[in-house]
Design a protein around this ligand. Structure first.
Ligand SMILES: [Zn+2]
Length: 265
């Protein structure tokens, strides 16, 4: 009995778009198959997969698992096309100015293959070794030179990172060069220094699982040097302290004093 008014209420009007039976409640985006997605641009396809997976895709998020083989090349062409429009909007003659003829493509390649590669490429492979020697002494890695870009202005950030690790018998150890590789992967994205350091700490925490983890980053921000106040002396220092470094003031002091000797800020 209750069916009748309901059926009347949902009966399609002449103006309503055609609807497949049984799909009325499904969000329209779920109707797209990978085959249908091929008609979209690479960025639309990747974004579609991110949205349907309910995954965040902020400037400093890695989205490698949503990029299919060949799509980075398509993405580069797409970015180059849009950058060409930016140059045209800046009233730059990219036809007769030989310096800017290839600029859009060069910058697109630089973004995707180099300076923002940490968004599009999977995490570098890192072999973890069990702590066979049961090392439990404070270990300091650094300074690691890092390059990033601020996500507010897309201008460079040049910095140095120091990492303090207090392993326990269950910790995994990773090779010294791997700290630099992971740091580069996290920093090669448009970043905010505080978030970058926290992200790097999370990656190291998950792999090494130490009793204590400390990170200090000192960086020059080109949004301070190149624009804005044009202050060339300002650098920013921030740190993350976890586990034993939070609880033990002596350990924290030991770490910071070793940094001072290694030439920190
Ligand atoms: Zn900035």
């Amino acid at each position: 009995m209750a069916d009748k008014p309901l059926a009347a209420a949902t009966a399609p009007t002449a103006a309503a778009p055609p609807m497949l039976p049984g799909t009325a409640k499904a969000p329209p985006r779920l109707l797209r198959s990978e085959e249908e997605l091929q008609r979209l641009s690479a960025s639309e396809r990747i974004r579609y997969r991110l949205v349907t997976a309910d995954r965040r895709y902020h400037a400093n998020d890695n989205i490698a698992e949503f990029v299919r083989p060949g799509e980075l090349a398509e993405l580069k062409d797409e970015v180059a096309l849009k950058l060409q429009q930016v140059l045209e909007a800046l009233v730059i003659d990219t036809v007769s100015d030989h310096n800017t003829q290839e600029t859009a493509l060069r910058v697109a390649r630089m973004y995707i293959d180099e300076v923002f590669a940490g968004r599009y490429k999977p995490m570098p492979t890192v072999t973890e070794f069990p702590n066979a020697e049961r090392l439990n002494e404070l270990m300091i890695v650094g300074p690691i030179n890092v390059r990033s870009a601020c996500s507010h202005h897309m201008v460079p950030i040049f910095g140095r990172v120091w990492i303090g690790v207090l392993p326990n018998e269950h910790s995994n150890l990773i090779g010294l060069s791997k700290y630099a590789r992971i740091a580069d992967w996290v920093m090669s994205r448009p970043q905010i220094q505080e978030e970058a350091v926290t992200m790097l700490a999370n990656e190291l925490q998950a792999r090494v699982r130490p009793d204590g983890l400390a990170l200090v980053m000192e960086a020059d921000h080109f949004c301070m040097h190149w624009r804005g106040v044009k202050d060339t002396d300002t650098s920013m220092v921030n740190s993350v302290m976890r586990g034993a470094f939070l609880k033990d003031a002596n350990l924290r002091r030991e770490f910071l004093s070793l940094l001072a000797r290694k030439g920190s800020a």
